[in-house]
Design a protein around this ligand. Structure first.
Ligand code: SF4
Length: 100
């Protein structure tokens, strides 16, 4: 029996409503090159609500900014330690929120 209401819609389904315009070749967030990821970088693979951070087979943490909702979580966690660089996307690029 399906009892899904507006209050129990999955976050992933809500995020799918947004649109994202990729600024090809100009990611607004980058991960500082590293050989072994710090606990902070590894945490980003769990805390990013859009799943932008992944751990490669090589062990390094990578980012794909497609789908980033600009929440700033990774900025708070890792930018003060120089482990990422974070900027807003250029005008006209990035997330386009669908409200309602
Ligand atoms: S700003 Fe938010 S959505 Fe974007 S990469 Fe960082 S944690 Fe993920």
């Amino acid at each position: 029996m399906s009892t899904e209401t507006e209050t129990n819609v999955r976050v992933e389904d809500k995020l799918f409503q947004n649109r994202y315009l990729v600024d090809a070749g100009r990611p607004h967030i980058t991960v500082t090159p590293h050989t072994v990821p710090s606990p902070r970088l590894l945490a980003l693979t769990h805390v990013c609500p859009a799943g932008c951070y992944t751990q490669a087979d090589s062990g390094q943490v990578e980012i794909s900014t497609d789908g980033c909702v600009e929440c700033g979580t990774c900025r708070v966690v890792a930018e003060p330690y120089g482990e990422i660089t974070w900027n807003y996307p250029r005008g006209g690029f990035g997330v386009l929120f669908k409200f309602g």
